[in-house]
Design a protein around this ligand. Sequence first.
Ligand code: ADP
Ligand code: ADP
Length: 225
Amino acid sequence: SVVIEARDVKLSFGRTPALRGATLSVSAGEIVAVMGPSGSGKSTLLHCLAGILVPDSGEIHFAGNRVDTLTEAARSSLRRDRFGFVFQFGQLVPELTAAENVALPLLLSGVRRPRALRRAYAWFERLGLDGLEQRRSGELSGGQAQRVALARGLVAEPQVLFADEPTGALDSLTGEQVMDLLVSAAREQGTTVILVTHEPRIAAYADREVMVRDGRVNAPDRIAS
Ligand code: ADP
Ligand code: ADP
């Protein structure tokens, strides 16, 4: 069953068209890699699906409901309650400990601090981060920080995880370790994943790859012809 989709989405930044009629449909539990050259519209498509950007035209649907017609407040609640995010540079809050960073989405959803921290702590062993719970996030290595960011993206058990170049700042071995963890945690939770990457080795972790070219989505085989 389809959980999230973009239908003929168009969006320009001023006079720069970023999406020119992008259509993508993703099934529940599916891991989709969105590939394509720099500037092709991958991040913009992810931001539209996630309700961060509102298209100029076209439709975004999540769990059978229109997203693009919601108010900013409603889209913000949807992001908080149903979606998780991981970005290229972890974007952890440097003043907080690693565990507090992971707990953040729960705290923002109104989970009380002791319970939120308990749930956050449970991720550390699972991600091979034992003993790092109390570190300031600025004291973590790149690979550790990205695993913490992954835990933060998944801790609230989102229906959809949006991952924009989650391994882009890592060396290839560390990147593959993060992808292994991402995929196994997502499968365990049944989380749908939209993974933006330009690296074929990272896209290979997905169930399906789609290619964005000039603001449109194509299956990779159609690009070749
Ligand atoms: P990708 O993720 O594939 O690299 P993006 O979606 O980031 O592509 O960008 C698509 C196009 O939109 C590019 O031409 C980019 O420069 C432009 N763009 C993206 N974000 C903005 C923005 N906030 N303001 C102006 N132009 C933007
Ligand atoms: P990515 O391709 O991974 O999205 P970029 O470096 O292209 O990374 O973009 C980083 C940020 O800058 C994004 O938030 C994007 O929306 C914004 N951006 C990209 N291109 C432009 C642009 N031409 N003008 C203004 N903002 C832009």
